[in-house]
Every structure is written in C-alpha cells, then in structure tokens.
Design a protein around this ligand. Structure first.
Ligand code: SF4
Length: 344
C-alpha cells in the first residue's frame, strides 16, 4: 500500500518539456497542402506535483490542459519531453507496467456518467478497481471504507445502486472513490466539477481538498474557472494555445496577474459587483478574437494576435518565463517583463 506518511511537499510527478503533436489526418493534410502538418496541442510544458498540494492548470477550451493530464496519465504517448515519477523517467504503454503506473497516478474525468458503466452497480465498479490494484484482501471493509471516504454514507445505501440512480455529484464521488481504490499518490482531476450543478460543485471540491490533506495526495486540478483555482489550489499555472504563460502561488496569480491572457481570463469571469455601466468600452474590447489554430500556431508569442499590449518583437520572438516582481515563484512568459532576471 502506498504510504500516506510520505513527507508533505515530496515531489511525486513531474512534466519536463512535455510536448504532444497529433498528426493531422490525410484529408486535412490535403486541405492544408502540407505532408507533415501536426496539431501542436502541448509544447514544452513543465510542472511539478507534490504530496499534499494542489496545482491548478487553467485555460480556455482547446488550450491543451486536458492533453497534459492525459499525457501524465500515460493515456497518450508523448512526442517529446519527459514524465518523471519520483524522479525516474517513465514511459508505459499498457499491460502490467501501465497498471503499476496507474496504481500510483489516477485520473478523474469530467463526466462521471460517461466514466461509469451504466449496466453495473457501484459495488461492481469499486470491487473491480480494488481487485485490479490488488487491494481487495478484505473486500467488504474496503468497499465501506471507500464510500465513507467520499462521504457516501451509510455505504449500504449506495453499494447496490446503478449510476443512473445517483445524482451527478454522487456519481462523481463514486468516480473519486474508484480512483482511491488504487491507493494512488497523485490524482489528475480533469474538470471534475464542470458538469455538476453549481450548488454541488463546492462540496466535491471540498471533498478533494479533504482527501488531499488526509491522504497526503498530490492533485492536478484542470479547470477553465480561474476563480475556483484561487479557492482550491496552492499553485496555479495558466495555459494558452498549448503553452504555459504564467505560474505562481494561486493567490498571487489570481489577485495580481501579470500575463495579458491571465488578466483576460480574470476579467471574463462573472463578477456581480461589476456593473455594465462601469465597463470602459476600450477595456471591453481587450482580448477580442478566437484562440489560434494549433496546426499553424502564431509565431513568437501565441497570444500576440489577441494581445492589447503586443509589441513588434512579440510576433517573432518566443517569450521565455520571466520573474515577476519580488514574489518568489511568480513568472510570466511575456516580453512586457523582459529584464536580466530570467526565471530558472
Ligand atoms: Fe502580449 Fe507580447 Fe506579452 Fe505576448 S509577449 S502577452 S503579445 S505583450
């Protein structure tokens, strides 16, 4: 069994220069008249997951954040870069090595209904997870423990139900319990609350936070909702068009964002305190436009076609991570902050 007594802050999983390019299908290649076109879904992503901490990966649809989670779960082979589990480079492709990896790194998907088989009971789903990962010695006690951990109590009320007999929030709790059946060290939660009613999202986030603390889990929280990242995550990383553009502790990134794209995300979040009459029409115009094609991403900074602060060099030079102010660990990949102090 994986120890929950490992020191909090211990590095579990790292992405180093992680890159994923999907080959474009032949028909699209003909349209674009190029033989070697690829979708640049993820380029040069670096992140570290530590015991007892949540890292939020924030961005709009198509930014590549879910691809990062699937790469870390080894559901996709990577094009370049490295994935390190406790410092050891790891590449698994199925079979026993994949099961051993999945026992330590589990994924929670966005849609709990799709991730549970409708013809099987909750007992079946949890038993299967426990057996696959060799944790079914005392099956009844283990089933009760899993459901109790996710606050589905009394467990007897849920064990023999089918997924359609549960609410969305209860189904997501079952999906989390199933992931815990592997006794993992890291959870990769891909938009775990975005398909749930607003009224029950907070309960599921609180559950994940509680599990993080009690089981000393490392959690990657994928979301398009930067406000929930502030509430839930220790660190926040922002992705745009397949690249990381800003990172730091969640309070700093959400309260004093540096990158123009992060500012746009925060300004786009619903804010009941902001009256329409207060909105400057020029401000309202910021960030107009669509996310770029990832088959032919913009040169230089990928945000430059939408950026209200773009400078000539932005369309030619790829920004590097630059330290922001004196806040340790706060960086942005933006030429507005160019100085000799380049973040390592
Ligand atoms: Fe805008 Fe240039 Fe910064 Fe990119 S590098 S976000 S285009 S100012």
């Amino acid at each position: 069994m994986t120890s929950t007594k490992a020191p909090s802050g211990e590095v579990v999983l790292e992405a180093v220069g992680l890159t994923k390019h999907f080959p474009v299908r032949r028909r699209l290649r003909q349209i674009f008249r190029k033989e070697h076109e690829a979708v640049h879904a993820v380029d040069d992503v670096n992140l570290t997951l530590r015991r007892g901490q949540v890292v939020a990966l924030v961005g709009e649809s198509g930014s590549g954040k879910s691809t990062v989670a699937r790469l870390l779960a080894q559901l996709y082979p990577r094009t370049d870069g490295d994935i390190r589990l406790h410092g050891v480079s790891t590449r698994v492709k199925g079979g026993r090595p994949f099961r051993e990896y999945a026992a330590r790194v589990q994924m929670i998907f966005q849609d709990p209904f799709a991730s549970l088989n409708p013809v099987h009971t909750i007992r079946y789903h949890l038993t299967r997870a426990l057996k696959i990962h060799g944790n079914a010695e005392n099956l009844d006690a283990a089933l009760h423990d899993l459901l109790t951990r996710v606050s589905l109590t009394p467990p007897e009320r849920y064990l023999d139900k089918f997924p359609h007999e549960l609410s969305g929030g209860q189904r997501q709790r079952v999906a989390i319990a199933r992931a815990l059946g592997a006794r993992p060290e890291a959870l990769l939660a891909d938009e775990p609350v975005s398909m749930l009613d607003v009224s029950i999202r907070l309960g599921v986030l609180n559950l994940l936070r509680d599990l993080k603390e009690r089981l000393n889990l490392a959690i990657l929280y994928i979301t398009h909702d930067i406000a929930s990242a502030r509430y839930f995550a220790d660190q926040t990383l922002v992705m745009y068009a397949g690249r990381m553009v800003e990172g730091g502790d969640s309070e700093t990134v959400t309260q004093t964002p540096a990158h123009p794209y992060t500012k746009l995300l925060i300004d786009s979040a619903p804010d009941p305190d902001r009256l329409i009459a207060d909105i400057d029409p020029l401000e309202e115009d910021r960030g107009n436009g669509e996310p770029p094609s990832l088959i032919r991403p913009p040169s230089g900074c990928r945000f430059h076609p939408r950026c209200p602060s773009a400078m000539p060099r932005c369309s030619t030079d790829l920004p590097v991570p630059l330290q922001i102010g004196d806040t340790p660990g706060h960086w942005a990949a933006c030429w507005l902050y160019d100085s000799p102090e380049v973040a390592s």
